[in-house]
Design a protein around this ligand. Structure first.
Ligand SMILES: [Ca+2]
Length: 503
């Protein structure tokens, strides 16, 4: 694991002083010398450490841990669109480029991951995904903003970012990596499909792939328990009752994996029976009405339309979900209004299959990201690591299996192990968190050990640069316990003492 040594290696702290002197001037000189296509350099500053003012309106301050040169820039992507971005160029650079993704319908530069990447000695670049803020209003009537959102911002990040890196360090990067989760996982997947040369290695977490159907599924999840009517709908399940449902799901399925630990290792093995909570007579608030039972049967079943699978089912165990608030969920709401229909107002009390079909038919910016032909990325030697929490309350983990199988069928490859590995993480929520061993270096604040065995970004580096593919990834739980996560289609199996991976 030589790369691990590089990352943790013994660089004397004081060497920073020598670096800082020269780098300070070199950094400031960039402002005048950088000449990039369609790009305006907004600001260049040397930052030793501490808080800095971010671009945009998403957050109020950002943190810098490692001494670096911060370049803020804007790239015009059409007459009506631009991508705002930043490059964080650490003093102690190991020759690697890192591009970052975004989340939700944002609009928000991933400042936490800029800090993470640069402190791991990557020259790290993040963009605002072509608009500011964490909602979809910027899409209204602007197809170019949608193009940025769907695929172009990450390409800009790679192309312009690499030029900035070369200008600053005086030589090109050696290898280029990408890190993102949720929307960022979709962006990484889309980039591998559409711009296979941009990155040598990609970490695509909880990817929001098959994006239009995902939004429709979210909308239908909300509708199933009465959104947007909320508590006045007979199908509505209030939070206290959801806790009862979650407890019953565990009672029925926690033990299937051999250990009653509050974690359902394989949610797809859980056939939840909501009838167990059925009220004997009138509803009492501590049991389910027939209407509520019917709603749960729909929620724990895949979503079909016209006989076709539209999206895999909600993961049993992920009941603490924002989709069940009784309000129509904000992402499908904004996506339908501002990206698909181009209207500011829409009556979501009639939302249904028609709107789902409209999302898929319009497919704004070609965002769907549900194609299996990764041959371009495979053939140029690219490596993709995906991961997905199995308690993900907003993107069913079954979708990552489905995408893996789609790629396998499309490429006629029974196993994708040579270039594409998907790790399924029991007990992890959306991108991070949950009772499971959900920390493995996938995002800022999730690193427990700087080892490629425990850090998915370092595992990717080992794969790309050392040819050592990760067979497993070890995560750490909030209580400090570790668990080995398996790559699909291997199964996580309890041997009486530990979980291991079996075919
Ligand atoms: Ca269990």
């Amino acid at each position: 694991m030589y790369l691990t040594k590089l990352v943790t290696g013994g660089i004397p702290v004081l060497s920073g002083w020598n670096y800082a002197g020269g780098n300070y001037e070199k950094c400031l000189a960039l402002k005048a010398s950088l000449k990039l296509e369609n790009t305006t350099v907004l600001d260049v500053a040397y930052v030793a450490s501490g808080k800095v003012k971010p671009q945009g309106t998403c957050i109020t301050n950002a943190h810098v841990s490692a001494p670096l040169c911060r370049v803020q820039f804007s790239t015009q992507t059409s007459e009506t669109s631009e991508v705002r971005a930043e490059a964080w160029l650490p003093d102690e650079w190991y020759g690697r480029f890192l591009g970052l993704g975004n989340g939700g319908l944002g609009g928000c530069i991933a400042y936490d991951e800029l800090d993470y990447g640069s402190s791991m000695h990557f020259a790290t670049v993040g963009t605002n995904n072509g608009h500011d803020g964490n909602d979809g209003r910027a899409f209204l009537g602007n197809d170019e903003v949608l193009n940025d959102f769907a695929h172009r911002s990450i390409h800009v990040e790679a192309v312009i970012g690499k030029q900035i890196v070369e200008a600053y360090y005086g030589r090109p990067h050696d290898k280029a990596y990408y890190l993102g989760c949720s929307s960022g996982g979709r962006q990484g997947t889309q980039t591998a499909l559409k711009y296979p040369e941009d990155f040598d290695g990609i970490v695509a977490g909880a990817p929001a792939t098959d994006f239009n159907h995902l939004q429709h599924w979210r909308g239908m999840m909300g509708r199933t328990i009465g959104a947007p009517e909320g508590a006045s709908s007979p199908a509505f399940i209030p939070p206290a009752l959801w806790m009862l449902v979650a407890a019953e799901v565990l009672a029925q399925c926690d033990g299937l994996d051999g250990v009653r630990d509050g974690i359902i290792t394989e949610p797809d093995a859980c056939t939840f029976r909501p009838e167990a909570l059925l009220c004997r007579g009138e509803g009492s608030g501590k049991c389910l009405t027939l209407t509520q039972v019917d709603a749960l049967r729909t929620i724990y079943a895949p979503l079909y339309g016209d006989g076709e699978l539209l999206y895999p089912r909600f993961d049993p165990g992920a009941e603490d979900s924002p989709l069940f608030s009784g309000k129509f969920p904000p992402y499908p709401e904004d996506w339908l209004r501002f990206a698909v229909l181009n209207v500011t107002d829409f009556d979501f009390s009639t939302y249904g299959a028609v709107e789902g079909r409209a999302m898929e038919a319009v497919n704004p910016g070609g965002i769907a990201t549900f194609e299996g032909d990764l041959s371009g990325f495979r053939d140029r030697g690219g490596k993709l690591i995906s991961y997905h929490g199995r308690m993900d309350p907003v993107i069913p983990s079954g979708n990552s299996k489905r995408v893996y199988d789609l790629v396998a069928r499309t490429l006629r490859m029974p196993s994708l192990d040579d270039f594409y590995r998907t790790f399924l993480v029991p007990g992890m929520g959306h991108c991070k968190g949950g009772p499971g061993a959900a920390s493995f270096g996938q995002l800022e604040g999730t690193t427990t050990k700087n080892l490629s065995s425990h850090n998915i970004l370092l595992a990717l580096v080992d794969w790309v640069e050392g040819g050592v593919a990760p067979d497993t990834i070890v995560g750490t739980a909030p209580d400090g316990k570790e668990r080995t996560h398996c790559r699909y289609p291997m199964r996580s199996v309890w041997d009486g003492e530990n979980f291991g991976c079996e075919n």
